[in-house]
Design a protein around this ligand. Structure first.
Ligand code: DGT
Length: 259
């Protein structure tokens, strides 16, 4: 590349990056965030969905080890380790999940959106905020993260979020809201191996954390801008995966909200 081409690319990229709208989809485990995110992606040319990096947590170091029968098995499934022994692994899990979420928030805009005429929107499945105010807080309250770990987590979390500031600033939050019972049923249907031991009680706790943060506004948040973020609450109790009419209604609400 000549330097002028590079300069033009970099400046157009920076311009677009400055005007990106960032939105996170929040909601309980198995509520349907990924399905909804795909729906958004297909509905708007200017929308880019960045998936939650679950597969990274399932295979942290990418190495393989040999089992007794000679088969290759991937090692370091941190998601499984966390569910299997939450006291030992929750803090480690939250450091890794938060770092991977931070990376998704900082991801440059997809090339196809650089030339788009509208304002590009990046959509994340969850955020560094749900990492802290839903999961890490819940694990602390359950005694799976001790008070020292919680203090350390909050300290680096605040520091990172403040340092990256406007580069990860959200425009708003979409809250997919469904009862813990419905989420439990969807979780059973998808049958993710690591989640086999999840009880309704755990989903109820996570549900209350979402309600406190996004509806009751009773969660004490450290970041001023976060308390003021607009929240679009969508009813995810209805099965929207295969119902075109329900999908249309939901998409209209999203478009109205962010226009
Ligand atoms: P979806 O598309 O609504 O069905 O969402 P899922 O269930 O694919 O994605 P999600 O975000 O609920 O998380 C995938 C798994 O990882 C699930 O078992 C919950 C767990 N998980 C996600 N984030 C955290 C976290 O920050 N801490 C802990 N302890 N677990 C987490």
């Amino acid at each position: 590349f000549s330097s002028s081409v590079l300069y033009r690319f970099a400046s157009s990229h920076m311009n677009r990056s400055n005007e990106i709208k960032r939105v996170s989809i929040e909601g309980n485990i198995a509520v349907g965030k990924s399905t909804f995110a795909k729906l958004l992606q297909s509905a708007g040319q200017d929308w880019e969905v960045i998936a939650e990096p679950v597969s990274k947590w399932q295979n942290v170091d990418q190495t393989t080890r040999q089992t007794a029968d000679g088969a290759q098995q991937s090692s370091s499934n941190l998601l499984e380790m966390m569910y299997h022994d939450p006291k030992r692994w929750s803090y480690t899990f939250q450091t890794f999940s938060c770092m991977s979420r931070m990376r998704t928030h900082l991801q440059p805009l997809a090339a196809r959106l650089l030339q788009s005429t509208g304002t590009p929107v990046q959509v994340y499945e969850r955020s560094v905020y749900s990492d802290r105010y839903i999961f890490a807080l819940n694990m602390f309250e359950l005694g799976c993260i001790n008070s020292t770990e919680w203090a350390v987590y909050q300290d680096w979390h605040s520091f990172l979020v403040e340092q990256f500031g406007h580069r990860i600033q959200l425009e708003g939050i979409i809250y997919l809201r469904a009862s813990p019972q419905t989420c439990m049923e969807r979780l059973g249907r998808r049958g993710r191996m690591e989640e086999e031991g999840i009880q309704l009680d755990y989903l109820e706790k996570l549900h209350m954390k979402h309600e406190d943060w996004l509806i009751n506004k009773s969660t004490k948040v450290h970041f001023e801008h976060l308390a003021k973020l607009p929240v679009l609450v969508l009813d995810a109790e209805v099965e929207f995966e295969k119902d075109a009419k329900v999908q249309d209604d939901l998409l209209t609400k999203v478009k109205d909200f962010f226009s």
